[in-house]
Every structure is written in C-alpha cells, then in structure tokens.
Design a binder for this molecule. Structure first.
Ligand SMILES: NCc1[nH]cc(CCC(=O)O)c1CC(=O)O
Ligand SMILES: [Zn+2]
Ligand SMILES: [Zn+2]
Length: 334
C-alpha cells in the first residue's frame, strides 16, 4: 500500500527548478554594489610575498590607477584603503593614503573611496590608540587624534578629491562622536559618511593582516578595546552607542564566525546599512583549503557570501572582490 504524504509536508515541489529556487532565496544575490575591496597602499608597490595571503598585493602610490583600472572596468564600486607605511604618520602629506585619494577620485569618478582610520600602523607599539606610560590607553588623546586623521582624509582641497567614507577600526570609546564633531566643525558634516567598525571582535582571524601590515602590537593584545568573541550583549551596546554618536553605517568584523551578530545587528537596526568584513584569516582559510583540493573555491565562497547576505549584510568587504567580479561577468553572459 502506497503511503500518501500530507501535502503540507511535501517541500520538494517548491524548489525543483532553478527559477523556483531563486524565489525561495530572496535578497541574497551579490551585485557589484554589495562588495567593497580592501586595498593596501604603500610607497612601493610589490606583489605581497606574505605566505598567509597569497594573491593579495600591495598597491604602489605611483601605479595604483593602472593596477585598479581593470578591476574598475569589471564593475568595482567601492574600496577600503589601508596605508601601509612605516616611518610616516597617518595624515602626513607624504602618507600613501593622503597621496592617492585625490588621484583615485579624478581617475575613477564613480568609485566610492573609504579610508580605514586607526593609529596602529603608525604607533611604535602597534596599539590602536595612544598609550600612557603605564601601558594603559589614553582614550581622550586617542579619539582627539583619530578625529584629526579622519578630517584630514575627508578634507583635501575640493569636493572632488576627498574620501567619501571614513572608517575607524580602533574601537576606542567615543571615537564616532569625536569624528562626527570634527567633520561638522570642518564643514564636512553632510559630505562624508562614517562607517563604524561597530562590533569588532578580538579575533585570531586577523593574523595574516597583521603579518602583512606589520601591525601586531609589540606587547600585550587588543582585548581591552576589541570585543570578547563570546559577547552578544556588549556587541549590541557597542552598536547602539555608535548609532547614538552619529555613525552612518555599521560593520561587524570578522564575518563567518560572527553571523549571529550580523543577524542581531540587522534585526535591531534595519534602517542602517550593514557591512560585514570577511577578514584576512577567512580569506586564507578558503584560499588554502581550495589550493589543497579540499573544497571548490567558487562553490564554497559563493555559499559563504550568500550566508552573509542571508544573515543581513548589505555589503561584504572581501579580498576576493576582483575574483567575484570576474564570476559576475561570466554569469551575466548567459
Ligand atoms: N585596526 C587594525 C586592523 N584593521 C583591520 C584589521 C584586520 C583586517 C583583516 O584581518 O583582514 C586590523 C587588525 C586588528 O585589529 O588587529
Ligand atoms: Zn588599529
Ligand atoms: Zn584598522
């Protein structure tokens, strides 16, 4: 005797065709505007030899336009700039970020440019804030300085030459308020967006990045300002605090191991664009697993991106951006 299933228990009938499957998976696709490409820029460009992040290059001040052109032609919409330079300071006129922003604005008028704002690439001890002699962060001095740097990235000469977004990654208390105040006082209040690394966790996944930028702290760690990986409530408070201080957009970092925080943040604040940072260690895991033949990179990376969108991310910051743009082009041919 054949068993007749209860019709409501039959699910396969809803997704046996690709078009039906698309209807079952709304708002998870990736378009170029859902991607932001993090870029290291230094005085001398060189293919980065760091074993931990093969394929990720450091762009040089002199050739960054020609290096980026093919990626922009493939549909690149936004970049996140990291200055990678010892022996200068964040807002010196010689700083690679300060040098390239006006030129990139000119060369790529439609490209959105975000600048990471932090002290760690420029402090001798490698911490993200200014230290007092006793090894404790001087919070007020730190946020004053961070605001100064943010204003410098936003300020140059004319409307056409400034960064569109400043993104403080330091996790000092009160930095969003200080930066917003600085921008408003400089007359830039309505022309520059603040993207807060609002829920940034003290994570082992930053290892390859610190290796490349040589930004590991010389002593101690960042656990007194980056969030404890197990915290949910503190993450919610950090996000709400940054909103109340006036940030325009939010970020959760790292990505894959923190998708519950992405979901919690999107559900609490759907009115704010939400970024998720697929950090260096996540890049390395996928890259090396694919190299070893353990996974198919395209299949697994598409699944990871989809899971980030499903959790509530509007934009994914990823070192894989050029590769994903390639895939989008191939797909659009059909
Ligand atoms: N402010 C430092 C900074 N900015 C971005 C990253 C990590 C990015 C990545 O791993 O891809 C880090 C490392 C850290 O906080 O220790
Ligand atoms: Zn830092
Ligand atoms: Zn940073």
């Amino acid at each position: 005797m054949s068993h007749v299933p209860d019709p409501k228990h039959v699910l396969h009938s809803g997704y046996f065709h690709q078009t039906l499957r698309n209807l079952q998976t709304p708002n998870v696709d990736i378009s170029p505007h859902n991607l932001m490409f993090p870029i290291f820029v230094g005085s001398f460009g060189h293919a980065n030899k760091a074993k931990s992040m093969p394929g990720v290059i450091q762009y040089g001040v002199s050739n960054i336009e020609s290096e980026l052109k093919p990626i922009v032609d493939k549909g690149l919409k936004s970049i996140l700039l990291f200055g990678d330079e010892k022996g200068t300071y964040a807002d010196s006129p010689q700083n690679p970020v300060m040098l390239v922003v006006p030129r990139l604005r000119k060369q790529f008028p439609n490209l959105v440019i975000a600048c990471d704002v932090c002290l760690c690439p420029y402090t001798s001890h490698g911490h993200c804030g200014i230290m007092k002699n006793d090894g404790v962060i001087d919070n007020q001095a730190s946020i004053n300085r961070l605001a100064q740097i943010a204003v410098s990235y936003a300020k140059p000469i004319s409307f056409n030459s400034r960064a569109h977004i400043v993104a403080p990654s330091d996790m000092m208390d009160g930095r969003i308020g200080a930066i917003k105040k600085g921008l408003i006082e400089a007359g830039l209040g309505n022309q520059v967006a603040v993207l807060s690394y609002a829920a940034k966790f003290a994570s082992g996944f930053y290892g390859p990045f610190r290796d490349i930028t040589k930004s590991a702290p010389m002593f101690s760690d960042r656990k007194c300002y980056q969030l404890p990986p197990g915290s949910k409530g503190l993450a919610a408070r950090a996000v709400l605090r940054d909103i109340n201080e006036g940030c325009d957009m939010l970020m959760v970092k790292p990505g894959l191991a923190y998708l519950d925080i992405v979901k919690q943040t999107k559900e609490a604040h759907p009115e704010y664009p939400l970024f998720v940072y697929q950090v260096s260690g996540e890049y390395a895991m996928l890259y090396h697993a694919a190299q070893a033949g353990a996974i198919d990179l395209r299949g697994v990376l598409e699944e990871v991106l989809l899971s980030m969108r499903r959790a509530g991310a509007d934009c994914i910051i990823t070192y894989f951006t050029p590769l994903i743009l390639d895939w989008l082009q191939i797909k659009s041919k059909y």
